[in-house]
Design a protein around this ligand. Sequence first.
Ligand code: HEM
Ligand code: SF4
Ligand code: SF4
Length: 382
Amino acid sequence: MAFISTGYNPAKPMENRITDIGPKDYHDFYPPVIANNKGKWSHHEILEPGVLVHVGDSGDEVYTVRVGGCRLMSTSHINEICDIADKHCDGYVRFTTRNNIEFMVDSKDKVEPLKNDLASRKFAGGSNKFPIGGTGAGVTNIVHTQGWIHCHTPATDASGTVKATMDTLFDDFQQMRLPAQLRVSMACCLNMCGAVHCSDIAILGYHRKPPMLDHEYLDKVCEIPLAVAACPTAAIKPSKQTLANGTEVKSVEVKNERCMYCGNCYTMCPSMPLADTEGDGIVLMAGGKVSNRISDPKFSKVVVAFLPNEMPRWPSMTDAIKKIVNAYSNGANKYERLGDWAERIGWEKFFSACELDFTHHLIDDFRQQAYMSWRQTTNFKF
Ligand code: HEM
Ligand code: SF4
Ligand code: SF4
């Protein structure tokens, strides 16, 4: 029999039902050295790219080896992570807020064997399974989204663009040669699941065509007022439409010249799809940050209006990203995040330093606050 019951009884779905138990208490998963020194850490050091040491007031030390993770991973890969943790770390391991993996050991002599083991593991195609790095002033993992693996609103792919970009920036994952840490993030539509609005460099999926309207089904599958209210530019209004067979139906009308292809109506209404092979592509943004270090947190700004989706390696996109990273690493002062640098030299100099075209698309035209992004001073550089 192919079907194997877990013991759940579909005839009595609420019987023996366990609910609202929440996540496991994280204290259950602490390595002993973490549990013993919790709240009593004295200082830390980055010994080399990917390797940290934290020293407790007690003198205890914990060495952390950080490795890249592809975020989307199979259970066999997780089993391999567990095997490594069992072999070197008494079965303990953790994942970071950027989906890197951290293996911790409680003495220095355990670091080299762990590193050697991690570095030796490769996939059949040659990619590193557990590349060591992601610390200090370098490029760490790219926070990203679902893409064509699982979402229905993307304008590009997440895993693919991220693999292409990490391959391009891989040296900087394993080094700490930049002025400050550089956060790259990716979202496949402008719902921006994740961190694109607040990252040093952000990759964003972008549409360039208004939605198609499936009048026959629209009123059957959509709550029309929600679709109307979904539009940030009020391009949608309710309308009556006559189908080919003469039937009059309730639907919507889109004023195409008011539509800026956000896709929000499709999120509300399945009869308004807008994904398009040639139309869809990539926008690059830059200069965001979330920390309070010296400057306040910043939003990232649009710096490249459109790059085509070029599966499977997105060469135009990775070239543009490389140019931005090089210009930043050559131009910025120590501790300056990309946005700190761009604001200090002026965005007009950012565009020439990065050899990026400035087009009318980059000028804010959304409502009243757009005015504040224009230049109201004669202070500028030729
Ligand atoms: C050597 C003489 C002068 C110098 C160096 C000078 C300098 C300046 C400067 C630096 C500004 C500010 C510009 C800005 O921030 O955009 C300004 C604004 C202004 N100046 Fe002069 N100025 C001079 C003579 C005059 C004279 C003789 C008048 C009037 C008869 C005048 C009337 C104004 C006015 C009305 C503004 C404000 C303009 C605006 O906000 O649109 N200035 N001036
Ligand atoms: S960013 Fe958009 S397309 Fe990507 S996972 Fe989130 S909602 Fe889906
Ligand atoms: S795609 Fe966005 S701007 Fe265009 S009609 Fe839909 S909600 Fe409005």
